[in-house]
Design a binder for this molecule. Structure first.
Ligand SMILES: Nc1nc2c(ncn2[C@@H]2O[C@H](COP(=O)(O)O[C@H]3[C@@H](O)[C@H](n4cnc5c(=O)[nH]c(N)nc54)O[C@@H]3COP(=O)(O)O)[C@@H](O)[C@H]2O)c(=O)[nH]1
Length: 711
């Protein structure tokens, strides 16, 4: 097997050249060779660059090995270059090797020629392969660099620190430098947090954690350039290993255009095209946000509903163009009357709304309403007309007039119609009593609303005793408010407020439910069945869902109706309306006991009582307190007891505090008693203990039997 070898021999002696070729053939090469001995001939030979090896004499008459080497370099050829010379000094040979020759041999020792050529061919092939690889790598690098720098997006490469934090920039592309206005060197000296607008270390750490967790992450952020310009970007970040550590590659796409387009679309969707004011959708959104804030921070907010008076006449008689300009003028004046944090919106047509997200005083809102009315007083000059406009304003408050956006808006709208009815060009509050309700009461109302949700309310129980048997036959359920800061608040302080704010219905239902569930629990624990008396306020009584609520509570708690007594105020029965009687009959038909509380203080008269399906009269404690010292009060107590008995009603005396009161009541044939003489209202647990002890409570037994204590 012979190997082809193309040899360029630089030699003036034909014989020496032949010797060399013979040696090579002997070494197994299939030769194609050319001999040159001048620079010109070599230059011509090198036009064909297919040589495998150059074998050269050192000194030729008109040429030399070093000159041949220069030509090889000039042509940028990497060829094994072997000097075969007669006499060559060591120093010359070293100089030739330094100049680029690969080996040198003596002509009289050609045995080394073939191994030298084989070695040099191998090394040359390796050199060429390496060069190719390096070239290919450089080309690839160049290609990627071009890509890296010419891509439309900014690219950042960051090191990840060992504890998983974003390290400094390792690499940035030209686009990143251009966009941010930094040179590459400047940017490489910065840390990501220097160019992120929303920078907080925590935020960057959180993003980094998410990138590490998922391997990649796409998110939006805003970058800040050297000049302070900001631009929003959508970043697509990937983490990957590089060398011994990990790096994050972030591609940040400029989304300024998209954001601008989004803003325009958003503005169009949420603003009224004619006036530029927020439209119904945006108003609703802001109202929801303001409500959430008010709920969280126990604040009061106000909504105004404005309708221009007689706008239609202007529109119909002077045309839409004038009408439109008037609406624009009105919008401008309204906007000037309020603060930046308030929202003026156009709901459509000639209707505007106003949101005052944080109200300090009811009076403040009234003042703003008057300011709006006054702002519209000066004439508008439109297309040569002098036009006068006015508005009717309805005002509703959170939480008093509703907790949901629809309710508040609806109530503000209702109040606006009331303003129209009052002759236009004025404002009206939805709840008339609001105008007299102090801000402190409003705030307390708000706290009470939360108290219901936060389980700050409690029910205490005060025993009611049968004067004949001496036993506890029932108890009155009395609500308490355990405020986290203010301590135990008396119902005297919050029941009327609950009535004014409409909270009495949910509060009353809660008390009824709790009391019925507790009574049932005592029954289930094996105690003798007791009747629980629950107070029903006038407003609660008028609530349309009362019957359903009571039925539902009994159903849910499992308490039989005869164990529930509802204590009604005199004001309820005094109304004597057909609806009242119907409700009482429905309750009675369910099997519930009905009593009149605080009897004697109000308007009750015998004729009313006859018409109502009642079971019990509760003599007001003011008479009981004074019956031993005031003969009039004693006479009233006697009259009430006699009258009740003649109507087949039982009588309970409340507020019994002394033994004298007790013995007088006994003498007057009172049926039942309740008061601090026996027990103050107490918590359910304590009341449970009291029930267990009643058989052994000799003091009570004695008291009830004899009307006096032990001596
Ligand atoms: N609609 C609802 N009204 C309720 C509810 N819970 C209570 N109330 C009404 O609040 C008023 C004040 O009640 P409270 O402070 O609980 O006072 C009751 C008793 O503690 C008190 N009492 C009873 N015995 C004595 C006594 O011997 N001396 C004395 N000084 N006070 C005594 O009387 C109140 C009982 O009131 P009444 O209902 O009239 O029997 C009060 O008007 C409650 O009705 C509720 O859940 N809903």
């Amino acid at each position: 097997m012979t190997n082809p070898l193309r040899v360029l021999i630089v030699e003036d002696s034909e014989d020496d050249a032949a010797l060399i070729l013979r040696e090579l053939r002997r070494g197994g090469y299939d030769l194609s060779a050319e001999r040159v001995d001048t620079s010109e001939e070599m230059e011509a030979a090198l036009q064909n660059p297919e040589w495998d090896v150059v074998i050269t004499d050192f000194n030729l008459p008109r040429f030399s090995a070093l000159a041949a080497l220069d030509l090889i370099k000039k042509h940028q050829l990497d060829l094994p270059f072997i000097i075969v010379s007669g006499i060559i000094g060591e120093d010359i040979a070293v100089a030739a090797m330094k100049a680029g020759a690969h080996d040198y041999l003596k002509k009289d020792n050609l045995a080394r020629l073939v191994p030298a050529i084989e070695r040099e061919l191998r090394e040359c092939a390796e050199r060429r392969a390496r060069r190719h690889a390096e070239l290919a790598l450089r080309e690839r690098e160049e290609k990627y660099r071009k890509l890296f720098n010419n891509i439309y997006d900014a690219i950042f490469l960051n090191a990840l620190t060992e504890d998983g934090r974003m390290g400094p920039f390792l690499e940035v592309n030209d686009v990143a430098c251009e966009r941010l206005g930094y040179s590459r060197e400047e940017l490489l000296r910065l840390h990501p947090q220097d160019i992120i607008q929303e920078d907080t270390e925590r935020k960057i750490n959180n993003i980094t954690k998410a990138i590490i967790k998922h391997g990649h992450l796409t998110f939006e952020m805003t970058l800040t350039g050297k000049s302070g310009d900001v631009y929003p970007v959508e970043v697509s970040a990937h983490v990957f290993p590089l060398g011994d550590s990990h790096v994050v590659l972030s591609i940040a796409r400029d989304i300024r255009e998209r954001k601008r387009a989004e803003e325009i679309i958003w503005h169009q969707a949420y603003h009224d095209a004619l006036t530029g004011l927020p439209n119904r959708l945006l108003f609703r959104d802001r109202l929801e946000q303001a409500l959430a804030y008010a709920r969280r921070h126990e604040k009061v907010l106000a909504v105004m509903f404005l309708d221009l008076d007689r706008f239609k006449t202007i529109n119909d008689t002077l045309g839409h163009s004038v009408g439109d300009q008037l609406l624009q003028g009105v919008a401008r004046r309204l906007t000037h009357c309020v603060r930046e944090e308030d929202t003026v919106a156009r709901m459509g047509g000639d209707e505007f709304t106003l949101l005052l997200p944080e109200v300090e005083q009811v009076d403040d809102v009234a003042r703003i309403a008057q300011k709006l009315i006054d702002a519209l007083k000066p004439p508008f000059y439109i297309e040569g007309y002098e036009l006068y406009s006015s508005t009717s304003i309805g005002i509703a408050f959170y939480p008093n007039d509703g907790e949901e956006p629809e309710t508040i808006l609806k109530n503000a709208d209702t109040a606006m119609y009331r303003a129209k009815d009052h002759g236009r060009n004025n404002y009206q509050l939805y709840a008339a009593e609001m105008s007299s309700l102090s801000f402190e009461r409003l705030a307390l109302g708000n706290m009470l609303r939360k108290a219901l949700d936060h389980e700050e309310l409690l029910v205490h129980y005060q025993p009611q005793l049968d004067l004949r048997t001496g036993r506890i036959f029932g108890m009155e359920a009395l609500v308490r408010w355990q405020h986290p800061d203010l301590g135990l608040i008396s119902p005297l302080q919050f029941i009327s407020l609950a009535e004014e704010t409409g909270l009495i219905s949910p509060l009353g239902e809660w008390v009824m439910r709790t009391a019925c569930a507790q009574t049932k629990a005592w029954q289930a624990a094996g105690l003798a069945p007791l009747r629980v008396a629950v107070n029903l306020s006038a407003r609660q009584f008028k609530h349309v869902g009362l019957i359903d609520t009571v039925a539902q509570v009994l159903d849910d708690t499992g308490l039989e109706p005869q164990y529930l007594e509802l204590e009604l105020t005199e004001s309820i029965v005094a109304e004597n309306a057909e609806a009242t009687i119907a409700t009482l009959r429905d309750l009675k038909a369910m099997g519930i006991k009905l009593s009149i509380d605080d009897f004697g203080t109000g308007y009750s008269s015998l004729s009313y009582l006859k018409r109502f399906p009642l079971d019990l009269l509760k003599i007001d404690q003011s008479f009981v307190h004074h019956m031993t010292s005031d003969s009039d009060d004693a006479a009233i107590v006697t009259a009430v007891i006699n009258m009740a008995h003649s109507l087949k009603l039982k009588v309970i005396a409340e507020g019994v505090q002394t033994e004298e009161q007790l013995s007088l009541l006994r003498r007057q044939d009172c049926d039942q008693v309740q008061g601090n003489l026996f027990s103050k209202p107490i918590a359910a647990e304590e009341f449970g203990q009291l029930l267990l002890q009643q058989a052994t409570n000799e003091r009570w037994q004695h008291l009830l039997r004899t009307g006096s204590t032990f001596t």
